[in-house]
Design a protein around this ligand. Structure first.
Ligand SMILES: [Zn+2]
Ligand SMILES: [Zn+2]
Length: 339
């Protein structure tokens, strides 16, 4: 087993110490731990904090040119935390990580202090595939990604639960749970938590209803090694309208009922180009899409999500004034925090 990162990174937020028993699944988070409890304020220079809630904001960053480049880009944009790919997300095969790559990554992680770092799995994986060979390929690919995360010290691997294809949603859910059991069985020493991402429900995609995500967790043998990553764009596209306070509360109470709020380990923070219920996944800049500012105000001020990383997957590039979009979107989110 690879030990966690040295230096400041060994203080990884405890929400990601997945395989530690007795702390997770469906256990209500104790009230208001403030700065001294379970969630330690290991914050980057840009992090904002108020006595009752810890915020960590970050973005998905490209690893083109080397894994460590993502950290530099993250610092430039003002991130506290980071999401990366640990291999080319559009290919099944990738050469193994070299010692030099792992060292460079760890040095960059320690130097910049960005944490947690989460990885997004390849889009090719389909743990629900009714095709045996394809499912096998997906399981092996996920094991490879998990090994990479462990080698680097990445906290969590996020993946889209899968597509039912021509099967029923229930058959797909069962296959996903079985596939996850196999991954867990073959990666018994892994310290990387696997997070199911909520989806927009495009095509036959599983995971656009909290009931489905909760069902998958419940059917697995080792649910404590699993968590859920919400995606605000996907939630909205899937039909959860959280623009009003009432709508937001209704959604979160549903979330707690079927998934458990303490199972939420990450929130992809994206506005949506499409309408609520469109089931089409198109990300937009924070506050500029169909969700609008208020939907995000609810999330970033909800103490139930204290310490959970908010990660942008919004379009890259520069705005009309030449400012980096990630910087602009992170600034917008931070400005929504009520003090
Ligand atoms: Zn996402
Ligand atoms: Zn998306």
């Amino acid at each position: 087993m690879i030990p966690p990162l040295a230096g400041p990174s060994s203080d990884l937020l405890s929400i990601f110490l997945a395989p530690q028993p007795d702390t997770l699944l469906r256990k209500k988070r104790p009230e208001n731990k403030g700065q001294t409890g379970k969630f330690r304020p290991i914050l980057g220079p840009n992090a904002q904090i108020r006595p009752s809630m810890i915020h960590r904001f970050g973005a998905h960053m490209s690893v083109a040119g080397g894994l460590e480049h993502a950290f530099r880009a993250g610092v430039r944009a003002g991130c506290d935390c980071l999401q990366i790919f640990v291999k080319n997300q559009r290919q099944w095969q990738a050469p193994p990580l070299t010692t030099d790559q792992i060292d460079a990554y760890r040095i960059a992680a320690t130097d910049t202090g960005l944490q947690p770092v989460v990885a997004h799995a390849s889009y090719l994986l389909n743990l629900a595939s009714p095709d045996r060979d394809n499912r096998r390929k997906s399981i092996l690919a996920m094991i490879d990604e998990l090994d990479r995360c462990d080698a680097l010290g990445v906290s969590a691997l996020i993946f889209h639960p899968g597509a039912a294809m021509n099967a029923t949603p229930l058959a797909a859910i069962k296959r996903i749970a079985q596939s996850l059991d196999e991954v867990h069985r073959r990666c018994a020493d892994s310290r990387t938590m696997i997070l199911l991402e909520s989806t927009a429900g495009q095509g036959s995609a599983i995971g656009h209803r909290f009931e489905q995500l909760g069902d998958i967790l419940e059917r697995t043998r080792e649910p404590k090694r699993l968590g859920v990553c919400l995606d605000t764009c996907h939630l909205f596209a899937a039909g959860y309208d959280f623009r009003t306070a009432e709508g937001y509360e209704a959604m979160v109470s549903d979330l707690d009922r079927y998934v458990g709020i303490d199972n939420i380990r990450c929130i992809h923070t994206n506005d949506s180009k499409r309408e609520c219920g469109s089931r089409v996944d198109r990300h937009d800049h924070i506050g500029k899409g169909k969700i609008g500012k208020q939907g995000f105000v609810h999330f970033v001020n909800d103490e139930r999500f204290s310490g959970v990383p908010f990660i942008l997957e919004t379009p890259k590039g520069k705005d009309g004034r030449g400012s980096d979009y990630d910087k602009v979107n992170l600034k917008r989110l931070r400005a929504m925090i009520r003090t």
